[in-house]
Unconditional design. Structure first.
Length: 75
Protein backbone atom coordinates (compact mmCIF):
# COMPACT_ATOMS: atom_id res chain seq x y z
CA UNK A 1 0.00 0.00 0.00
CA UNK A 2 2.44 2.64 1.15
CA UNK A 3 5.35 2.32 -1.14
CA UNK A 4 8.55 3.72 0.37
CA UNK A 5 6.73 6.00 2.79
CA UNK A 6 9.84 6.85 4.84
CA UNK A 7 11.87 8.12 1.90
CA UNK A 8 12.94 11.72 1.56
CA UNK A 9 13.11 13.78 -1.59
CA UNK A 10 13.32 11.92 -4.90
CA UNK A 11 13.39 8.56 -3.17
CA UNK A 12 16.57 9.26 -1.17
CA UNK A 13 16.69 8.77 2.55
CA UNK A 14 18.00 11.59 4.72
CA UNK A 15 21.26 9.71 5.09
CA UNK A 16 21.62 9.66 1.30
CA UNK A 17 20.98 13.39 1.08
CA UNK A 18 23.55 14.09 3.81
CA UNK A 19 26.04 11.87 1.99
CA UNK A 20 25.55 13.81 -1.26
CA UNK A 21 25.96 17.13 0.59
CA UNK A 22 29.16 15.85 2.24
CA UNK A 23 30.57 14.78 -1.14
CA UNK A 24 29.80 18.19 -2.65
CA UNK A 25 31.48 19.97 0.29
CA UNK A 26 34.60 17.78 0.01
CA UNK A 27 34.86 18.44 -3.75
CA UNK A 28 34.45 22.18 -3.15
CA UNK A 29 37.18 22.20 -0.49
CA UNK A 30 39.56 20.22 -2.70
CA UNK A 31 39.04 22.58 -5.63
CA UNK A 32 39.50 25.64 -3.43
CA UNK A 33 42.68 24.21 -1.94
CA UNK A 34 44.16 23.40 -5.35
CA UNK A 35 43.45 26.95 -6.55
CA UNK A 36 45.18 28.37 -3.44
CA UNK A 37 48.21 26.16 -4.07
CA UNK A 38 48.56 27.29 -7.68
CA UNK A 39 48.32 30.97 -6.74
CA UNK A 40 50.96 30.52 -4.02
CA UNK A 41 53.27 28.86 -6.52
CA UNK A 42 52.94 31.81 -8.90
CA UNK A 43 53.61 34.32 -6.12
CA UNK A 44 56.69 32.51 -4.83
CA UNK A 45 58.44 32.39 -8.22
CA UNK A 46 61.73 34.26 -7.81
CA UNK A 47 63.79 35.99 -10.43
CA UNK A 48 67.29 34.69 -11.14
CA UNK A 49 68.76 37.81 -9.54
CA UNK A 50 66.78 37.25 -6.33
CA UNK A 51 68.03 33.66 -6.18
CA UNK A 52 71.58 34.87 -6.77
CA UNK A 53 71.28 37.41 -3.94
CA UNK A 54 70.01 34.70 -1.60
CA UNK A 55 72.91 32.41 -2.49
CA UNK A 56 75.36 35.24 -1.73
CA UNK A 57 73.63 35.94 1.59
CA UNK A 58 73.80 32.25 2.54
CA UNK A 59 77.49 32.14 1.71
CA UNK A 60 77.03 29.61 -1.08
CA UNK A 61 78.96 31.84 -3.52
CA UNK A 62 81.66 34.47 -3.12
CA UNK A 63 81.32 38.16 -4.03
CA UNK A 64 83.39 37.58 -7.16
CA UNK A 65 81.14 34.72 -8.26
CA UNK A 66 78.12 36.90 -7.53
CA UNK A 67 79.45 39.73 -9.71
CA UNK A 68 80.30 37.34 -12.58
CA UNK A 69 76.93 35.62 -12.44
CA UNK A 70 75.08 38.93 -12.14
CA UNK A 71 76.78 40.18 -15.34
CA UNK A 72 75.75 36.96 -17.12
CA UNK A 73 72.15 37.35 -15.97
CA UNK A 74 71.93 40.99 -17.02
CA UNK A 75 73.40 40.36 -20.50
Amino acid sequence: MYHNMHSGLWGFSWVGILLIIAIVVVIYLLLRNSQNQSSKTRQSAKTPLEILKERLAKGEISKEEYQDLKKEIED
